[in-house]
Design a protein around this ligand. Structure first.
Ligand code: ARG
Length: 474
């Protein structure tokens, strides 16, 4: 059995004022260590910076600071090598580290918390973690975008119906459809990047809520921890969780995008659509129906989206009636935040790996794009180009469509004579006009589906991807 360092769990950081032991049930109820142990590296990093600042401001001696820092580094190693014993009775990560520090370095440990409170400590820990996680998520979204761009590039000739109301509307390039997701994830990255600006402010030194009597140098600590600035108001600093709310909002919107993508993949993989085949390695079977290949991965992404929304709504609800400044309710923020970080990260990784493995059925897509009167607008536009007003053309084409439905034909299956019986303006060049390829390539308006436009959009995206990571706030 591996030896574990045991921290003295009978001592509370705040026991001085109390004459009775905390009830066991209360210890268990108030403990957050199961969740906030994830902050350990940031808690230690924050404490080391705090020590250095205390020495720099001559609040503690250089020798004391050196001893504290050495002890903190040792504890980090103990945690990382699994030698550290966590215990419910020690409330949270801050208490664990500080109590163990007492055992490692002796009495000098009691100086660590000078000019600091757990209220500003937990705020700095979460900000440090969220800064790293946000940057990591943004980088992974960029990777996902490059997967998307490659798919768009490799399938530039694939045509499928574009839909409105889930009814076939007009043919589009698959690449154009796929690049719509590029734009969504670009906005997500921008939102996370914008949030980083507000994450990147340092609350340490606000102490419990009012600041401290010690001559601390907050800018010095901020510099050590790489924060762009120090927070301006100590009351706000310890009670602000906007930066988590913003992250959860951005994560929720990003999950909306993953969920919509999932929904499309689920639909497209049905035999009714038959547009794609999911890779075996990313699908699951049925325990009873041997023929089944189910899109469980996409379904779970869609399902987990609900949980991220829940995390956001729970935090909004938790914060909405809190008086200033810190309240213990706020301890609940971390499980919500970590849940959302983990779900979003998993979904990004899943799609980075799964998307390139999806098989497309070009001919099923093409066939779907050639039936269902998707060329009706183009016939109307043709009449307009030949001199009549759009409303009149719309009416005329509506009548042709009704006629074709009766005859069980598509518009392009009607003979020239049949078409001309509705309008003398129709000539035999109409049959070129009505092909999906032509319809697509005539839509040359900026942002439209014409091949040359989509190719330009892909080129633009490739350029953008090269520069995107450089624009991240850090
Ligand atoms: N575990 C607490 C949290 O996550 C740390 C701050 C505790 N502060 C306090 N005054 N009890 O919010």
């Amino acid at each position: 059995m591996q030896f574990k360092y045991r921290v003295n769990v009978t001592k509370k950081l705040w026991e001085g004022r109390f004459s009775e032991k905390t009830a066991q049930i209360v210890e268990a109820f108030t403990a957050s260590i199961d969740v906030d142990r994830r902050l350990y590296a940031y808690d230690i990093k924050g404490s080391i910076a705090h020590c250095k600042m205390l020495a720099h401001a001559s609040i503690i001696s250089d020798e004391d600071a050196a001893a504290l820092i050495q002890g903190l580094e040792q504890i980090k190693k103990e945690i990382e090598t699994g030698k550290f014993q966590f215990d419910d009775r020690l409330e949270d990560i801050h208490t664990h580290v500080e109590s163990r520090l007492g055992e490692v370095v002796g009495n000098v440990a009691q100086k660590l918390h000078t000019g600091r409170s757990r209220n500003d400590q937990v705020a700095v820990d979460v900000r440090l973690l969220l800064r790293d996680e946000t940057l990591r998520i943004m980088r992974r979204l960029v990777e996902l975008q490059s997967v998307i761009v490659n798919i768009a590039k490799d399938h530039i000739d694939v045509v499928l119906p574009g839909y409105t109301h889930l009814q076939r509307a007009q043919p589009v390039l698959l690449s154009h459809h796929v690049m719509a997701y590029y734009e969504m994830f670009l906005r997500d990255i921008e939102r996370f990047n914008d949030g980083l600006r507000r994450i990147n402010e340092m609350p340490l030194g606000s102490a419990a809520l009012a600041g401290t009597t010690y001559p601390i140098d907050r800018n010095y600590t901020a510099k050590l921890l790489g924060f762009a600035k120090v927070s301006a108001n100590s009351i706000d600093s310890v009670s602000d969780r906007d930066f988590i709310l913003e992250f959860l909002s951005a994560a929720s919107i990003c999950m909306v995008h993953f969920s919509r993508l999932s929904e499309e993949l689920i639909l497209w993989s049905t035999s009714e659509f038959g547009f794609i085949e999911l890779p075996d390695s990313f699908a699951t079977g049925s325990s009873i129906m041997p023929q089944k290949k189910n899109p469980d991965v996409s379904e779970l992404v869609r399902g987990k989206t609900a949980r991220v929304f829940g995390d956001l709504v729970a935090l909004l609800t938790m914060m909405k009636a809190l008086p200033l400044a810190y309240n213990r309710d706020m301890q609940e923020d971390k499980s919500l935040l970590f849940d959302a970080i983990d779900i979003l990260s998993a979904c990004i990784e899943i799609y980075i790996q799964m998307l390139p493995k999806i098989k497309l059925d070009k001919s099923a897509m093409g066939q779907a794009a050639s039936s269902g009167f998707l060329n009706a607008t183009d016939l109307a536009d043709y009449l307009v180009a030949n001199g009549i007003a759009f409303r009149e053309a719309h009416l005329c084409v509506g009548q042709i469509v009704r006629y074709a439905i009766d005859k069980n034909k598509e518009l392009h299956d009607l003979s020239l004579e049949e078409l001309q019986s509705f309008s003398a303006l129709i000539q035999k060049d109409i049959f070129d006009v009505l092909t999906p390829k032509q319809m697509i390539d005539r839509r040359t308006s900026f942002g439209g589906t014409a091949t040359k436009r989509v190719k330009a959009a892909i080129r633009e995206a490739e350029k953008q991807l090269g520069n995107l990571t450089k624009s991240f706030v850090s």
